[in-house]
Ligand binder design. Structure first.
Ligand code: HEC
Length: 379
């Protein structure tokens, strides 16, 4: 009898172990939001109410569902240390912000990594991607309520199986919420047509028609920064550096080689998946909406800029990273953190994060030491 029980016990344990293994190895099935994005006709009919939440944003301001009433908003889900899909999602978010620059709309990015993405970390991320964007709120969520919020939006946000490059699996949809807090559309950020449809839908809900197309392309350096090329391509962990490579050889994922010339640079922008540079898990977004003139200007800029773009030193002050004491060029897009009215610049995200957590530890003796009288104002 006892033997028989042991056998049943062992069998039960083995079954449980097997089920746990299957659960861990099976990729999550298509989430409901993704199904909606693919099946829903984008008629802007009310779908479901956005879930209630209260989270601080990158400026420390608490954002709640009621605080967004009266505003049309676009939500997405990201985390700052993600190296595969989020830079792509954020590049698309920033492009959407730019194409809606004349529209009174809010952009809300929920972090799905509550343990790491504190408001200062999110502030540094926003500074890197869209330093001048006031309509973008990046929310620092918490471990307890994140699952409820994700469920409320019908999106996935869960830990990945150990050993995968990104520790969290999460949704890549954009959710459109109207001024009364009702979800009116779910859009697949990976489909260009969906992103275009989202842009039109926002304009419809807010009542701002599309402006006439702009005349004349901006300069190469302007395009390079405004299209987020710089944000990905100047972060070696995300994408290869592009400057000073004209005429050199490129090796692809499949072992083939090509020459880094005008055709190749143009093709990289129009159809980035056609030839994938070796060793990068991140996919580059397609820039096939660019005018022929803009493509030409950008290609020329990429090919003609030398590897170490010389900085006009007279205009760019050099400051010292307060954490590692390295000299850093304090350009507009330098990694920076605002503290007590002073903008500190950093050599790396690592230094910035350390500083943001405990600025007091790294402050130099002198003007930036917090003193009780500094903020006291007049009696
Ligand atoms: C979201 C991040 C991201 C953005 C934004 C981005 N890229 Fe890329 N790009 C990548 C990644 C990753 C690769 C390497 C993988 C591949 O070849 O697709 C790449 C590859 C390239 C290549 C081929 C480089 C090589 O070594 O073979 C060129 C050229 C290029 N990008 C140009 C641009 C330009 C110009 C822009 C702006 C209009 C831009 N990229 C914006 C991520 C990005």
């Amino acid at each position: 009898m006892a033997k028989w029980l042991t056998l049943v016990g062992i069998l039960a344990l083995m079954t449980l172990g097997f089920l746990a293994y299957v659960k861990l190895r099976t990729p999550p099935s298509l989430e409901r939001a993704e199904v909606l994005a693919h099946t829903e006709k984008k008629t802007l009919a009310p779908l479901f109410p956005a879930p209630a939440f209260a989270f601080p944003d990158q400026r420390g301001v608490t954002v709640t569902t009621p605080s967004l009433v009266g505003k049309v908003w676009v939500a997405n889900f990201i985390f700052t240390t993600c190296r595969t899909i989020c830079p792509l999602l954020t590049a698309k978010m920033v492009q959407l912000q730019r194409s809606l620059k004349d529209v009174d709309v809010r952009f809300v990015s929920f972090s799905v990594d509550p343990e790491h993405d504190t408001p200062p970390v999110l502030a540094a991320y926003a500074q890197k991607w869209a330093p001048d964007e006031r309509r973008w709120q990046l929310l620092s969520t918490d471990v307890k309520t994140l699952p409820t919020i994700a469920a409320g939006f019908h999106v996935t946000a869960e830990k990945n199986v150990p050993g995968e490059i990104d520790p969290i699996i999460h949704s890549s949809v954009f959710v459109l919420v109207d001024a009364s807090g009702m979800v009116r559309g779910v859009f697949d950020s990976e489909h260009r047509e969906d992103v275009k449809a989202l842009e039109r839908a926002v304009r419809t809900l807010v009542g701002t028609p599309a402006p006439p197309p702009e005349q004349g392309a901006p300069s190469g350096v302007e395009l390079y920064h405004s299209l987020s090329c710089a944000t990905c391509h100047e972060a070696p962990e995300l994408a290869p550096a592009l400057f000073g490579r004209a005429g050199s050889r490129v090796t692809f994922d499949n072992g083939l080689v090509a020459t880094f010339d005008a055709d190749y640079v143009k093709e990289s922008m129009l159809a980035p998946d056609a030839k994938r540079a070796k060793g990068y898990p991140l996919r580059m977004p397609a820039f096939d909406q660019l005018s022929g003139e803009a493509l030409l200007v950008l290609t020329k800029y990429v090919l003609e800029t030398p590897a170490e773009a010389p900085m006009p030193t007279a205009e760019v002050p050099v400051e010292v990273d307060p954490v590692c004491h390295m000299k850093v060029r304090a350009t507009a897009d330098a990694l920076a953190f605002e503290h007590q009215g002073h903008r500190f610049v950093f050599c790396s995200k690592h230094c910035l994060t350390r500083f943001a957590a405990t600025p007091g530890v790294f402050l130099p003796e002198g003007p930036f030491i917090p003193t009780p009288t500094q903020d006291a104002g007049s009696p």
